[in-house]
Design a protein around this ligand. Sequence first.
Ligand code: BGC
Length: 858
Amino acid sequence: MADFVPARAWLRAVVTLCAAGGLSVRLVAAPLDPTGLEQRVESLLGQLSQQEKIQLMAGGSTFGTAAIARVGVPALSFADGPNGVRSNNDEVATVFPTGVGLAATWNPEVARAAGEAMGREAHALGVHVLLGPNVNIQRTPLAGRNFESYSEDPFLAGKMGVGFVQGVQSQGVGTSPKHFVANEQELERLRSSSNMDERTLREIYLAPFEMIVKEAKPWTIMASYNRLNGTYMTENAPLLRGVLKGEWGFDGVLMSDWGAVHTTAPAANGGTDLEMPGPGRYFGGALVESARNWQVEQPVIDEAARRMLRLVARTGALDNPPLPPARRDAGTARSREAALAAAREAITLLKNEHDVLPLERGRVKTLAVIGPNADVPLMQGGGSASVVPARLGTPLASLRALAGNAMSVRYAQGVDNDLVPPPADYRMLSADAARAKPGLAFSYYAGDKIGGRADHSGIETYFEKTMFASQLTQMAGRWEGWFWPTRDGEHEFRLATRGDSTLWIDGKAVIGKDVGTALPAESDFQAAGKVAKVVLRQGKGYRLRIDYISLPVAFHQMHFGIRLPAPDIAEAVRVAREADAAVVFVGVSRTSESEGRDRTTLALVGRQNELVRAVLAANPRTVIVLNNGAPLDLPWIDTAPAVLEAWLPGQEGVDAVAQVLLGDTNPSGKLPFSFPRRLEDNPTHLYYSAGRDANYGEGVFVGYRYYDKKQVAPLFAFGHGLSYTRFEYSNLRVPAAGAGPLEVSVEVKNVGTREGAEVAQLYVGDEATVNVVRPVKELKGFSKVRLAPGQSQTLRFVLTPRDLAYFDVHVNDWVATPGLHRVFIGSSSADIRLQQAVRWTAQADPRLPREGRAAFED
Ligand code: BGC
């Protein structure tokens, strides 16, 4: 079935409820010149009363700031997030590859283009600040938000973040790199203390933020929930005031994560400018009181208000009128192209023996498409980064479309992989008895009653509805139509809502107040739900109705899921055996990788390993496609000839993966993290626990820094990714010695038969330092180059003293030790092609004060 565009309006009817949330938008963003902007800010600040200044420091609504109408300061509107604009009113937007996929492109220009597109959509949807990128480090493979963040490596994360921030902000929309800092797990995420030494903090966890602040100047930064060495980040003056605003010169707004402020004076004095969400709990009346008692001094209030006004001025919202509704459009063809381009560069070929891939049309006449992720629109992870997609495609549909008449494509699901019943598939539902309209009819009402004239109605196709209001509100909704089972047997239905909800099947209530089995919330992000199992028959239409009457809440959720009867592995094996080649889509599901919950194992959920093994045995020409944001256990890896990492690739990823499989796109992604053989090999395994402390005991030895040093080979190394062509490296030039920026060059040649792109990676190793233990090598440069067969190109890099340095805690500064350092050029961190030593001759004397030392600055 063709792709479907989901209905745009859940609750457009109750948009009125959140009118106070400030949906102001402007026709064009007109950045002011810095002087004009600062003058305007000072003039406005001078007109504000103390009360008004403090009003600006607390949110005005769940996703908006407070307006000071008296002086013409409008409310700003914020929206998540890192892989597309998550509208607060459930409007559709383009879903891009999630952070880890974007990073797998190893191409900051792709991040910039994606950022530009998201900035355009944010603008169109009336959003002034996009809450991303997530540049926390992928420390443990279990972390629930790894899919959202970029990398285990701070340099790669920083460079991708710079591209993203510059892209979004070029459209007159702000960004909020998050979560500052050391927010690397979901376990006890709201209060655990990330404990580490200063060197680890500087070299690994602060480094991406530092690069982004210095190179891309984000308009805001989001302080994380966690504590750092015991102090809540929203109160951490040494980091917020000292490092971020002082040392790095950050001049934007430091906003809290949602609910991360716990105190009044310590948070304001610590450097938090804005408490979110609104209305303020600690920064409202309590802050007025603290200021009156001199617990918070006037310059602190003035500075925060100034930063808030600067943000409003930067967005252009001081001048521009709201956009007319017709312009509130997202999901355009231009955005789709950017999402497709990103997905094509993200897909990473992990293994390809005997040239199983690509599945060329001439060679493969029948193709078996198998697996739980083959015919579902799996594109993103769960939680605040989850966007209402502008398109719901599936790999199966894309493969069929691309293969055309050249291949016969046969499908069998084999097994399922959902922890709970997944979002209902609109293709199995219809609003009418004749099945002319896929989806369910919806009616939404403001208030707590269903009936009478609906405030909004239409056809719904996306059954994970989330909507934010500016205050506690009630709403009611009804979905109704028919369900058409595709298999006989037991179906499991699920409703998760914030309020009362009932599901009727053929007039009988199966989930409701008194029926159904309660299911705990999957994460602190999800409403708790109820499930019920019902035996249904294929070929018959069942009448469905769902009613929802909310509690008074600011955050509405209406999720409806259906788990189909267990599919049949034997059928999948049969389909695979009869085909020339098979592709098996396995990995995480739409319900297994999410904010608010870490995984407990890297194992594939359910019987997926069994399915993979059975298909591999049935057809030697089998390709395994993975969907995931973090490492998985692949116990069958030695028998699988080809493995393609497709990530959570955004809404256009389905086309990208089809193109790569059939050879229309040559893959060029590289792993942004190390893929371990076993969870136990990961360096954090000794420290990860559910206690109040998240001890970062591995220090700077995160990811490949550890695998290199301990000589533990991961399954696939950081930076690994194959191509359908081959590249050769030659002519590495590194100066024999130097005391300033070092120029390095290397030649890369495409020696295969197809056009392709290679990411040349530059690592640096310190052989001079003896007083601290340094990693064998660290990434300090990379360059992606596209080459025709036979073509070569010389790539140039410049290494700064900072690239050779470590953070010396004794002098509280970066130190590049004189002596030998080594430059490595590789196609991955484990596939080093060329290397050469350089003697660093600048004399560093750590006993001198900071100003007295040469060549430590970047
Ligand atoms: C998340 C943030 C997000 C915020 C607003 C928090 O729970 O940690 O990343 O931006 O919610 O949705």
